[in-house]
Structures are given as C-alpha cells and as structure tokens.
Design a protein around this ligand. Sequence first.
Ligand code: SIN
Length: 503
Amino acid sequence: MKTDVLIIGSGIAGLSLALKLSVLNPALEIWIVTKAEASDCNTRYAQGGIAAVMNHVKDSYENHILDTINCGKGLCNKQIVEMVVKQAPDRIHDLIELGAKIDLKANKDYHLALEGGHSMPRVVHHKDKTGMEIERVLLDKIKAHSNIHLLTNALVIDLLVQSNKNKLHCHGVQVFDKSESEIWFFKSKVTVLASGGCGQVYTNTTNPEVASGDGYAMAYRAGAKLKNMRFMQFHPTSLYASTKEPVSFLISEALRGFGAYIVDGNNNRFLYTYDSRGELATRDIISSAIYKHMLANDMPFVYLDLRHLDLTLCKKEFPQIFAELKNAKLNPQCDLIPITPSAHYQCGGVVVDKNGQSSIRNLYALGEVACTGLHGANRLASNSLLEALVFAHNAAHKISRTKYSSLIKPDAAPTKTVKSYVYKRVKEHTAQLKNRMMNMAFEENPKALEFANAVTVSLITSIEKEIKLDAFSEELLTLRNLAQTANLIMADKLASYDIVKQI
Ligand code: SIN
C-alpha cells in the first residue's frame, strides 16, 4: 500500500492533523493507522482540560508563559512556550467550531478550572471528561472526509528509513496485521508519529494499555534524535486499588483546585512541609512528597479528603470521578479516598522543531511522543492537549506547503507470513520489567539504576534475536517497545549523572 500522509495514532494529535491537512489540501490521501480501536488512546482519559488565557483582564499570556517555565525547571524553550501560549485561544476556538462542548458560566464566560502550578484558573474544560469530548468530536468529523482513511488493529512494527546523501529519510512503515499474521509495507511521502506516551512501562499508570512507548522505541531504532526521556511525570492522585488493573483511575488535579485536601492516616495535610503551595504545588513536587511520606510511614497510599467540600456542586463538576468512587464503594461524604502517584506523562521524546519535524526527513512527531521544548523537565497541568493542537496545526501548514518528490522506492518487499509465536515467558518478563521501572521511578542511586538498566538491555537483546527469526506476537512486539523505552528512560537518567560528575 502507499499514501501521501501516514499517521500512526488516533488521539488528539493524529486526528486533528488529519482534519487540518484535509481542509488545506483535499487532494492528499491520508491514512491513520492504529493498533487497537480508534478511540483507544490517552486523549480519551484526559480529565482536566486545555490551559489557555481566555480572560485578558484577570490573566495574561505572560502569566501562562511564566507558570509553564517555572514548572519546567529551566529546561523549557522560551520561544516555543511563547508560541504555544499565544496560539492557545485560537486552537480552542477551532475545537468549539468543530462542535466540542466547553463548560460556560451562567454569564456565558468560560468556566475556567484551577490546577497545580497555575497562578490562576485558566483550564478550559468539559466537566471531568474533556479528552473524551474532544476525541468524540474529532472521530465524528473525520468521517465526512473521504480522503481520510482509518486502519484499525494494525500494529506498526518499525519505520522504513533509508540513508540518502548522509541524511536519513523515512518512507513508510512496516505493519503487523494481527488478524492475518502477516507483515507488509505501507509506503508514504510523509510519516507522522502521533503514537502517544509510555505509562505502561510502569506497574502503576493512568495510561491505557496502548501507551506502551511504541513511538519512542521505533524512532530510536530508526536513528531519530530523542531527548529528556528521564522526565517521566507522575500524577500524584490516582485511585489506589489493591488488586492491580492495567490502568489506575486518575483523579483530576482540578479537584484539588476545587479545594480537596491531601492527608495522611492522621488527617495531617503533610504537603505543606514540602512546599508552601500545599495541594496546589506542581505535580512533580506533590508526587515525590507523597512517595517519601508513604515510605516513611510504610503505607502504600495516602488520602484525598473531600469531606469538607460542597459535594452537590463537586459531583456536578466531576461526574466521572464520583461514578468511579461509587464503583469503588467509597462515599466522599464520610470516606477518605486512598490515592497513590502513578506514571502519567512522558515530558521527553522525539526531538522536533516548531512544525513537528523530527531529525529524520519526512518524519514528524506530534503530541506526547514529541519533545518540543514546551515542557522542559516537568509539564504544567493541562498543557498537553494544547501542545498537540498547536503542533498539529503547524505541521498541517508545513506539510501542505511542501512539495514532496515521488515516493523513494525501497527494494520490492513482498508481504510475508510470520510464524505465530508465543514467547513463553512474555507475561512474566513484562510484569518484571514494569515492577523494575516502578522501583526505579524515584531512585537516585546510580548503581541501582545501572543494574536495572543492564537487566533491561539483556532482555532487549534476547527479544531482538526472536524478531530476527520472524517469530512474532503482539505481546512480544509490545514487550520489545516497553523494554526499549525503559532503557531510553534509564540511560538518559544515567547520562545526566555523568554530566553532573563531569562538572
Ligand atoms: C488532570 O486532570 O489532573 C490531568 C490533566 C493533565 O494531565 O494535564
């Protein structure tokens, strides 16, 4: 198969790029390839919303820029931060024009929520299901574009890359068709990684099963430049469940903006000993404070306390969270809610410019998989959906303006049927890898990290041997990407120690 633009991933970044491109140039053939169903993506789980300055009397671009930079601990790219913050209102208007529901106050002003690290309320949202609403609208809208095609349940194995005049060029992907157990090649003039994050590398995560780091691993194997992978962000408040599900239920920061407390078993609001902003400090500070407090008190969780809030209003604003609490047989009027930090968002990734162009020609990266310079060491709450919208907009304009030569023709590669393969210990290795990464999440001892990394490297080596023998299963390919991403995270952390040592 071949196409003009091939997009890997069907979340906010991939879908909004496809829509914008199609409007700018309806003659382009656009394929969106996704390994599960179209709505299986991280976007759907985003509760908080989109940070934007919608009220220039009370707020300003300067405030949003400063909050983003402070949160990113000096590692943000200031020009990128300014560009994103200033585009935010336009990108929100785009969504509204498409039909996305956004909460308004009685006087028709935007209902703006407050989240950690923001100096004032500026999060545009739809109740506590903003991501779900955006995904609904975008999936609905692409149906009206006959040049946008959706291929579901197709797992991209790797990017097809050729070296030409000392420069790497991407000309498509290799796909594993799960139902036919076949591998085939899908050639494209432009390939876009919009494959989301990697929370599933850890035992505790707010990310769905599809977030297995595929984009980072593929980009690395193809030779793309990656950066800042050590900055995996943990969300402080996911619901603690004693039996581990693949996904920990997220309890939005906006609930703390609404007034919820974090307490320990003695009803002590202990966060104030770590940061004067207490519950409204940035999530890296809160997650690490909770982790230390749990360790010191030998507890697997602390609590969120809603008992003092106006619960009728709270339930109206956070219906999804209240439904989940009811499911878990927790009554916020009298019960404390057990919470624990969970892997939530990868701030690093594939290095791109302001248009989402990676270091490989004709390869773009958008959304969580990309490292744009917006987040630095730590992402400000509700800046991620915004980043995806802004970079998809810029990439659409860049791609639609570029004249692409006809497809570079790789050697004719026939479709091949692979040996269906059950990697005997794949489940066991996956669980061990996730546990290892969880233990390393807040680890500062380089020796412990070095050991965990070495075990992971040897796992990658044995998986690569199987892959070379054309022995495939979805589980094995997933473990391959999880392990590669884990290695990228640990190697980046170890490299940062070396820099410190050199200084
Ligand atoms: C949340 O609602 O707490 C998550 C929002 C985000 O990750 O920015």
